[in-house]
Structures are given as C-alpha cells and as structure tokens.
Design a protein around this ligand. Sequence first.
Ligand SMILES: NC(=O)C1=CN([C@@H]2O[C@H](COP(=O)(O)OP(=O)(O)OC[C@H]3O[C@@H](n4cnc5c(N)ncnc54)[C@H](O)[C@@H]3O)[C@@H](O)[C@H]2O)C=CC1
Ligand SMILES: O=C(O)[C@@H]1CCC=N1
Length: 271
Amino acid sequence: MLKKVSFMGAGSMAESIIAGILNKDFLTKEQIFVTNRNNQERLDKLQESYQIQVIKDKQEVITDADIVMLSMKPHDMEAAIESIKEHIQPNQLIVSVVAGVSSDDISNLFGKEVPVIRAMPNTSVAIGASATAVSKGKHATEEHINAVIELFNTIGTVTVVNEADMHTVTGISGSGPAYIYYFVEAMEKAAVDAGLDKEVAKDLITQTVVGAGEMLKHSGQTAGELRENITSPGGTTQSGLEALAFNDFQEAVIECVKSARERSIELGDKI
Ligand SMILES: NC(=O)C1=CN([C@@H]2O[C@H](COP(=O)(O)OP(=O)(O)OC[C@H]3O[C@@H](n4cnc5c(N)ncnc54)[C@H](O)[C@@H]3O)[C@@H](O)[C@H]2O)C=CC1
Ligand SMILES: O=C(O)[C@@H]1CCC=N1
C-alpha cells in the first residue's frame, strides 16, 4: 500500500501522471509530493490545479516516500540525483520515466544498489489511457515491479518488457502520440485547404482516429486486414493510399521510429 509518492520534476509528464492518478483516486492529493529544479511559479500552478503537496526542499520531498519518481529530462538527471542521493533509504523505490537512461546508470548515479524500475508512459496517462511499458532493474524485486504495475494500471495499460527493449518502446509508444497528432494536423490542413470548416474537420478526424483505435483494439483483425476492408478496388482509399506510398509514407514512419529509438540510445549514452 503506497503512502507517499514523490515526483522529482514537475513538467508535462509529471503533471499528466498526477492528473491521471488523482482522477482515478489511486492516491489522494495529500499523498503526492512534487518538486522541480527552481520554478516556484510552476509549483504554485500545480498546487492550485491539483492541491498536491508542492515543496521546494528536495530532501523534504523524498523523505519517507515509498516511490521517488524521476521525471526530469535526461540531461538534468545527474544534478537531480546528486541533490537527493545522500537521503535515499534502502526501502525506497526509484521509478524513472526518463527516456534512454538505464537502471544501472541510475543506480550508479545514486552510488548505491537502489531498486530501480523504469516506466515509459505517454501523455495519455492524463485521461487514463496510456500505453505504459515497465522494466525491472537488477536491484528491484517482483514486489517493486508489481507496485509500479498497479500504479500505471490505473491510468492505462501496462506491459512488462526487457530493459533492452525500452529504447524501441520509447520510439513507438512514448513518443507515439506525437506522431498521431502530427498526422492529424496534416489531415486537418488538407481538409481546411479543401474548404471544410476547421471545427468540422477536427471533429470528423478525431472520431476517425478514436474509431480506428477502437477497431484495432476490439475487432480481432490486424491493421492490414482493417485497411484492406476499407480499400475498394479503384476507389478513394486506394487512391489516397497510393499517394501515401508514392510519397514514401511507410519509409518515413520506419525512419521516424528508428530515429527516435537511436535518440533514446544517445540520451542514455550521455550519462
Ligand atoms: N513528455 C512526454 O510525453 C514523455 C516524457 N517522458 C520523460 O519524462 C521526462 C520529463 O519530461 P517532460 O515532463 O516532458 O519534461 P519537462 O521539461 O516538461 O519537465 C522537466 C521537469 O524536471 C525538472 N527538473 C530539472 N532539473 C531538476 C532537478 N535537478 N531536480 C528536480 N527537478 C528538476 C524541471 O524543473 C521540470 O519541472 C523526460 O525524461 C522524458 O524523457 C517519458 C514519456 C513521455
Ligand atoms: O521526447 C522525449 O524525449 C520524451 C520521451 C518519450 C516522449 N517524450
């Protein structure tokens, strides 16, 4: 049973997770503590929005926390860990949502064998719809990973992966929502350019993405089968898909995921 969860980092990911777990009543606002590097205005805003415990003093934030959630950018991790490492106790679990950085490197930064679980959620945690992948570092136990699965299960699905696969996961489901939004932006632009009202376009495209997602989840068919069902020979879909193929859509998406994956590796290597 978690009594206190503390966030080191108060940016968009921390806020999304906090919003999600409060929404689902997984923790109360009295149990969530958050700090950041040095931005009191941001902490005040989070306090106002969620009535959580915002505290400037990093040691105070982590004291007695069952989970310390590292939610800063990779390049800020070293300084953040430096500021708390003396005060971390052996019974405290470190959960890192930071892209790229391995659990071994995190333990090394603490300078002790702290249990580390890595989690790669996406911003859909805010509405309880994340696809989160989790992996266990070598000093973490089954009990540790189960606690983290339970937390992220309240705000979406959870898949356990080997840590070596975290770079790929980051490239698909961590960054993934942004690719979908980029695709939607392009669809909206095409619709508006063709004279459709912006709001009408937005509503139609949004429901199209939601419906396609539901079909992927519930129809029992593969993406390829679902696509083929829509594609009448000589019809509009075929014509549209041919334009995508002519413009190297698949290659672009494959490059996109490869590039994100490689960046995750690079971010980890910098530690
Ligand atoms: N934004 C996203 O969709 C996702 C982000 N992530 C990971 O989450 C992490 C945070 O990302 P964002 O929230 O987007 O970044 P952000 O830039 O919005 O927030 C970073 C936070 O870390 C704080 N910080 C920096 N140095 C610190 C220190 N020394 N001590 C305490 N706090 C410190 C900053 O003040 C800020 O509040 C990144 O490592 C990213 O890889 C993971 C999955 C998805
Ligand atoms: O862009 C990033 O580095 C982070 C990791 C996954 C999503 N956002």
